[in-house]
Each structure stands twice: as structure tokens, then as C-alpha cells.
Design a protein around this ligand. Structure first.
Ligand SMILES: Cc1cc2nc3c(=O)[nH]c(=O)nc-3n(C[C@H](O)[C@H](O)[C@H](O)COP(=O)(O)OP(=O)(O)OC[C@H]3O[C@@H](n4cnc5c(N)ncnc54)[C@H](O)[C@@H]3O)c2cc1C
Length: 506
């Protein structure tokens, strides 16, 4: 593996996908890299725990945009297959609209178009047109926009996407855009689902993000055998191969700075770690507000409180001692009022009246994640940030969604539960220092896209950088991996300028 060498040191705070990606890229550039992580293992929001023979992925379960993972490993002359086996799921996922009313979406485009046509006459042709536009946005977005540091508007002015601004309805609200193609409410729910990953309601997401539909319907839904944590294990093992060191159970308490405006070290309970560069991949708000003196912060409490956060989640990790026939690997319960739930997450934050929810059942695909004849279930309700959870609330919603789950499956599940753990806003705060208990960072609304996101580079400390889901490009595993690469490239640029200046001086 190609690797430059230098005696410069970089510290990465946090070992989520963005931190791991930044660490690998910086190590390849020749830095001595140390990742300092608060928790006991790598992965951040994508950690893993094992109980009673069940292997639970704690966060992400959808493997989308396989090209981003491929590209990451190719940077190091590796491939995903060096680390894990990928399987394309077919059906991609199931959507449950109500009692005895569900659709399993085919991974084959021709079949999917027929499924659309059965619901709304003419919609298969519309889907073709919609996906053609989405493919263009995906290609240009991925090539021109997403790997950009967002440090100024000028970076975007030459992009093909912005040049085509008026041709492609880029800034139209996604919900309006989708209605130009489809009118059946079920099809609209299917088309609007992928943008929920971006952390806002479809009415607040620009139509640029129909690129997510291309990711869904054409690039497909994949699964790394063994579970999503296999990706973390792969990136950590690559990092170790590149010489990266890891310190676990080691929360950073302060970033230490010199009068000259440079950071020189991070302070943990037991030790000071000196570095030439610091990359903070922990939640941006936590780093600025808690690890820096007030005069060194770019953003105020007022700024953070005015940001539109992506949702938090109520999660239940369940081990069930039997097989459940009517579940697929991914199951979206859209059997309630989506508009009302979205309103209770984003516009009038409150506990939901009757939430939509999602069930992942990886044991449908992978026998290694549950004991024989058992199911591994991950139940997730998106909820507003900033709410205070307690056991009674968690139990109330558990009962509510279990009833709907049992109704859909047509069989009892509760009496067969042999393991159950819940997770909510307070856990996100305690485990990840997550601002208001957010799960997915900042929403990708128009006002918080690209150069309008919190800056990847500290404005006050020259050698302090940020990465991860609260800066560019945004929430999700692929964006977090890209974010780590962007920040490492920014540091490489500075090093290049320094080297040139040095050459000139001698
Ligand atoms: C429940 C859930 C489901 C999701 N589902 C999907 C999905 O299906 N597909 C998808 O693509 N994305 C999904 N996402 C989003 C995706 O997981 C995240 O966007 C991504 O993992 C964020 O990575 P990150 O590196 O930005 O942050 P994190 O993973 O949060 O990493 C930050 C790290 O910093 C550490 N840290 C915090 N404070 C300190 C400190 N003071 N000192 C040292 N370390 C510190 C934290 O412990 C953590 O390890 C999901 C997220 C959640 C929570």
C-alpha cells in the first residue's frame, strides 16, 4: 500500500465513520495519527453489541450508495470484498400501508415499474422520467458537489448542477417536485421515503435530493454479511494497517491552544496528546461549546439553537425466539398519518400521536446475527430532538408499535421476546455528546446545505478542523465517509502550500 511518511502528528477526536475515514486518509498522507474515542469501541453511532447470541447493529442498517464505499477502499488499493461480502437485497424493502396492504419493492427496475403501474396508470413511464433526472443529479452531485469542502459559495458556481439550476428544479421543494410525476398517495410515500434520511420533511428538502431515489431504485439496497458493523471493522483494520493508533474509553476534555491561535494538543483525564493538526469528528456543537474556550468558538448557543436538527430516534433492540414469516429484511410501517408525524418531529416538536416506524430484521438475510430459528429485530421510531425520554414513554411506544407489528404479521410476537433493550435521546446524549440527543446530525434543508453548513475548518484556530454529520456533506454513512476524506484533503492542501513556501525560502 502506498504511504508517504513524515513526523507530523494528527489527532482525530472520535471514531465514527467520519473519524475513521479522516484517520485513514491522513495516515496515507504520512501523518502519525492517533484516534481518541470516548467509548469502548470504534463505530460511533454505528457501534455493535452482542447479547444472548444476537448481534445488534446499534445504528445504521441501510447500505446505500455502494460506489462511495468502493471508492473509499480503492483509495488504499483495497476493495470492500477484501473485508466483507456484500449482498444486494431483493426485494429492496417492504412498505406496509395498512392491514393486509403491503408492497415488496423489487430490486429489478422493470418489475418495479410494473408494481408502480398497478398502483397508478402511467406511473411506470413517469418513473422512467423521474429516474433519468435523478440519475443526472446523482452523477453531477457526486462528482461536482459532494466532495467539496463548502468553504465558499464560489466552489459551487462552476458546478454543472448549479449551471442547470433552472432546468432541473433543483431548489423546488422535493414534495412539490415529486407531485409533478406522481399523484397516488402510496407512490408519493415510496418516492418521498429516501429523503427522510436527510433529516427533514420532503417539503423542506430541495429537489436536488431526488438523487436519493436513484440511489434507492437503481444502485440498490445492499447488506454486508455479518452486519453493518463489518464496515466499521474493515475501516478500523485498514487504519491499523496504515499505522493509526487508537485510544478507547478516553473522552477528550479540552483542546489546548497557544496565544498564536494554534491548537497544540488535546487533554484527556489522564494524558495530554500533542499534535500538529486536530480533526474533531465528535458532534460539532459538543466540540465547540465544551472543548474550546468561548473566545475560540465560531458559533454561539443562539446559532446552534436556531439550527434545524435531523431527528432523534426511539430504538428497540429485540431478540425473538421464533421466525416471523411476514417480515422482510427492511420494513417501513407507513400505516399512519405521515404529515402529522412529520409535523410532530419538525414543526411542533412533541411525542408523536401515532408514529410511522421502521423494522429491520437482518436475520432474514444473515443467520449469524441471531440464534437458530430466532429473529433479530431493530425497531425505530423517528422522534423530535430535545424531548426528555423516560421508561414509561419508551414502554408506551413499544406497546403501540408491537401491536401494529403483530397485526401486520398476523401472529403473536411479544410472548416470544427473550431479549429487549431500548435506546432514546438521553442515550444519544450520554453516549455521543449528541446535541439535543440528535441521531442524524443537521438536516439537509436548503438553508443548511453546502457552504451554509457549519464550516469544516475552524475560523479561529488554524489547525483545527471538523468532520462528520454536522458539517459537509451531511447525515448518513456515505456522507460521513466522504466528510473524512474532504477534511484530510483540506489538510493536505495546507501542507502543500507550506512545503512550497519552504522550498522558496531555501
Ligand atoms: C439509529 C440510527 C440509524 C441510522 N441509519 C442509517 C442508515 O441506515 N444508513 C445510513 O447511511 N446512515 C444511517 N444513520 C446515520 C449514520 O449512522 C451517521 O450519519 C454516521 O454514522 C455519523 O458518523 P460520524 O462520524 O459523523 O459521527 P459518530 O458516529 O457520532 O462519531 C462521533 C464519535 O465521536 C465520539 N465522541 C464524542 N464526544 C467525544 C469526546 N469528547 N472525546 C472523544 N470522542 C468523542 C463518539 O463517541 C463517536 O464515536 C443512522 C444513524 C442512527 C443513529
Amino acid at each position: 500500500m502506498e504511504k508517504e511518511t513524515s513526523n507530523k502528528k494528527a489527532i482525530v477526536i472520535g471514531s465514527g465513520f467520519s473519524g475513521l475515514s479522516a484517520a485513514c486518509h491522513l495516515a496515507k498522507q504520512g501523518f502519525q495519527v492517533c484516534v481518541i474515542e470516548k467509548n469502548e469501541q470504534a463505530g460511533g453511532r454505528a457501534r455493535l453489541f452482542e447479547k444472548q447470541g444476537y448481534r445488534f447493529d446499534m445504528g445504521p442498517s441501510w447500505y446505500w450508495m455502494p460506489d462511495v464505499f468502493d471508492k473509499f477502499f480503492q483509495n488504499f488499493n483495497k476493495s470492500t470484498s477484501d473485508y466483507y461480502d456484500l449482498l444486494r437485497l431483493d426485494p429492496s424493502y417492504q412498505v406496509i400501508f395498512g392491514k393486509d396492504d403491503a408492497i415488496q419493492l423489487s430490486a429489478k427496475l422493470e418489475e418495479l415499474k410494473q408494481q408502480f403501474e398497478k398502483i397508478e396508470v402511467g406511473s411506470s413511464k413517469q418513473l422512467d422520467k423521474f429516474l433519468k433526472d435523478a440519475a443526472y443529479k446523482y452523477q453531477v452531485g457526486m462528482n461536482d458537489l459532494i466532495y467539496t469542502s463548502g468553504s465558499s459559495i464560489s466552489q459551487y458556481m462552476n458546478s454543472k448542477v448549479l449551471k442547470g439550476l433552472f432546468k432541473t428544479d433543483l431548489l423546488t421543494p422535493f414534495s412539490t417536485f415529486a407531485r409533478k410525476y406522481f399523484s397516488n398517495p402510496k407512490l408519493l410515500q415510496i418516492i418521498e421515503f429516501p429523503v427522510l434520511f436527510l433529516g427533514a420533511a420532503p417539503k423542506d428538502i430541495p429537489a436536488l435530493y431526488s438523487l436519493m431515489n436513484y440511489a434507492d431504485m437503481q444502485l440498490g439496497t445492499w447488506y454486508p454479511m455479518g452486519g453493518m458493523h463489518k464496515i466499521v471493522e474493515a475501516m478500523q483494520s485498514l487504519a491499523i494497517e496504515l499505522g493509526v493508533q487508537f485510544q478507547f474509553n478516553c473522552p477528550v476534555e479540552k483542546i489546548l491552544t497557544l496565544k498564536s491561535g494554534m491548537a497544540y494538543a488535546v487533554q484527556t483525564k489522564d494524558k495530554t496528546y500533542v499534535a500538529d493538526y486536530i480533526v474533531a469528528s465528535a458532534d460539532y456543537e459538543h466540540v465547540e461549546q465544551n472543548l474550546l474556550d468561548e473566545k475560540l468558538r465560531k458559533y454561539s448557543n443562539k446559532y446552534w439553537n436556531s439550527r434545524k436538527l435531523a431527528p432523534s430516534c426511539l430504538i428497540y433492540y429485540i431478540g425473538v425466539k421464533k421466525k416471523i414469516k411476514k417480515l422482510q429484511h427492511h420494513n417501513l410501517f407507513f400505516d399512519a398519518n405521515m404529515q402529522q408525524h412529520a409535523d410532530e418531529i419538525y414543526d411542533h416538536p412533541n411525542w408523536p400521536t401515532q408514529p410511522l416506524f421502521y423494522v429491520s430484521c437482518p436475520s432474514k438475510t444473515d443467520k449469524n446475527v441471531a440464534p437458530e430459528n430466532c429473529e433479530n429485530l431493530f425497531l425505530l421510531i423517528p422522534v423530535a430532538t430535545g424531548l426528555v425520554d423516560d421508561e414509561a414513554i419508551k414502554e408506551k411506544y413499544f406497546q403501540q408499535i408491537m401491536q401494529r407489528l403483530e397485526e401486520h404479521c398476523g401472529e403473536a410476537i411479544s410472548p416470544f421476546i427473550e431479549y429487549k433493550r431500548s435506546y432514546a435521546q438521553s442515550n444519544f446524549i450520554a453516549d455521543y455528546n449528541a446535541f439535543k440527543g440528535n441521531a442524524y446530525g443537521l438536516a439537509n434543508t436548503l438553508q443548511q446545505t453546502a457552504f451554509l453548513k457549519p464550516s469544516i475548518k475552524s475560523k479561529k484556530i488554524k489547525n483545527l478542523f471538523y468532520t462528520g454529520q454536522l458539517t459537509v456533506p451531511g447525515p448518513g454513512v456515505p456522507p460521513a465517509i466522504i466528510s473524512g476524506e474532504i477534511v484530510a484533503n483540506e489538510i493536505a492542501k495546507i501542507e502543500k502550500i507550506k512545503a512550497k513556501n519552504y522550498e522558496r525560502a531555501i
